[in-house]
Design a protein around this ligand. Structure first.
Ligand SMILES: [Zn+2]
Length: 431
């Protein structure tokens, strides 16, 4: 796309955003300085209020919605979500920007204060800068620039800050989706500013199945293990069969979804934890016992091409084979969480609008990707039945959850320009 003349509505809008460079960084800093660590879900209320107060001052109608009774919700750690909406007074669709406000713990290995929001080298540093308070700040600046522009935007714009994405989103987007916040006619297009690099559009994600497998044995004196049945040896056989029989099959499966990184286009299995025998964490020596229980948690990421029944069935088949072939083999399996894969069509309106504006801002075609892990899009698709939803935002995916996490200020400015122009395009008044 040729450069717009300096006085065009597009260049004026973009200049309004460039002029707010310090403001987008300052807003990110302010958000990062509220340590919304999940678990346990700390400081959600002040973070939601920071967003709500700011938008209320700009004329948004602001609601705070506590997800009472959802996992982790308590008076000490209330699950407070904020949803802000502003109407243009002209008919048109609603564009919604949804960001999660929770972050994971800082962890070890930082060379900077994870909660200071330090600015250095054109970046804001700290836990949650990239995932995803930088994206939230960019979306707020984008929308404020539209409001200030005097351009005839239509319909409505919503901005939400939701909780618990890092722990499944049940007290956040899932809760709101069940109450109609992410369905037509209230909302038409949703952009989730997760950190996926500012020139890429993320169409969806793979599925997840977490399950706990327990092998069962019989306790006996450890000096005479032949009198008992070792659940740990049984689990060894399970691990061996998963490795030998299932892993090569999964490695060979490939999805047509544009999952990044490339390795995640295969189906994957991770053994999340394994524990058998006497409890860990005590001082002193264990007593000699044959383990009567061993538990394994598996994290199976599956492809849109794989029916869930097959994903689960091929693990059960291995366990059943062992039950028939191994003396005294007994097991149980418990589903912990299932998330089905989702993918928005590449020709959906929100994708087309972002593609066009990425090309305009960056001077190159956008890349479509899909995420190896899940994010809140699943709830919008499955519960809200809204399929015009993608993730798009600044920040480098690989930095999420790492020490010395940062977001680039230039990336926030560029993606805010894309967000603002794409919103106008979706509302039929593109610049
Ligand atoms: Zn995130």
């Amino acid at each position: 796309m040729p450069d717009a003349p300096l006085s065009s509505p597009r260049s004026q809008l973009f200049r309004r955003i460039t002029d707010r460079r310090d403001e987008v960084a300052a807003l990110t800093q302010a958000l990062v300085r509220i340590p919304t660590i999940n678990p346990p879900g700390d400081a959600y209320t002040p973070c939601a209020e920071l967003i709500g107060d700011r938008l209320a001052n700009r004329g948004f109608a602001v609601s705070y919605i506590r997800a009472e009774g959802t996992p982790g919700d308590s008076d000490r750690y209330p699950r407070i979500n904020v949803v802000a909406r502003i109407e243009s007074g002209r008919p048109g669709p609603t564009v919604h920007f949804n960001s999660h406000i929770d972050v994971v713990e800082a962890g070890q290995g930082w060379t900077r204060d994870p909660w200071a929001g330090e600015i250095d080298d054109g970046k804001v540093w700290g836990r949650g800068t990239c995932d995803m308070k930088g994206g939230l700040a960019a979306s707020i600046i984008a929308v404020e620039a539209i409001l200030d522009s005097g351009l005839p935007w239509t319909g409505a714009i919503e901005i939400s800050g939701t909780v618990d994405e890092e722990s499944g989103g049940f007290g956040g987007v899932a809760y709101l989706a069940a109450k109609g916040f992410f369905s037509k006619p209230r909302v038409d297009h949703v952009i989730i500013p997760e950190p996926l690099n500012p020139d890429r559009v993320c169409l969806g994600h793979r599925g997840v199945w977490w399950a706990e497998i327990e092998t069962k044995g019989r306790i006996a004196h450890g000096s005479m293990p032949f009198l008992g049945v070792s659940a740990i040896r049984h689990m060894g056989a399970v691990l061996d069969a998963l490795d030998r029989d299932l892993q090569p099959v999964l490695d060979a499966r490939r999805t047509a979804m544009p999952v990044v990184p490339e390795g995640a286009r295969a189906s994957t299995l991770n053994c999340n934890s394994v524990h058998g025998g006497q409890p860990e964490g005590f001082d002193g020596l264990p007593s000699p016992c044959v383990a009567d229980s061993c538990r394994l948690v598996i994290d199976r990421r599956f492809l849109i091409e794989e029916p869930f029944e097959r994903v689960r069935g091929e693990v059960v088949e291995i366990l059943e084979r062992l039950r028939l072939s191994r003396p005294h083999f007994a097991y149980s399996i418990r589903d912990v969480m299932t998330v089905h894969p989702v993918m928005t069509a590449p020709d959906a309106p929100v994708v087309q609008a972002l593609d066009a504006e990425i090309a305009a801002v960056f001077g190159r075609a956008s890349t479509h990707i899909a995420s190896p892990g899940t994010y809140d899009q699943k709830h919008i698709a499955r519960i809200g039945h809204l399929h015009d939803c993608v993730a798009y935002g600044p920040g480098i995916l690989e930095l999420a959850h790492q020490p010395d996490e940062w977001v680039g200020i230039d990336d926030m400015v560029a993606s805010a320009q894309v967000m603002a122009a794409a919103t106008l395009r979706l509302q039929g008044c593109g610049v």
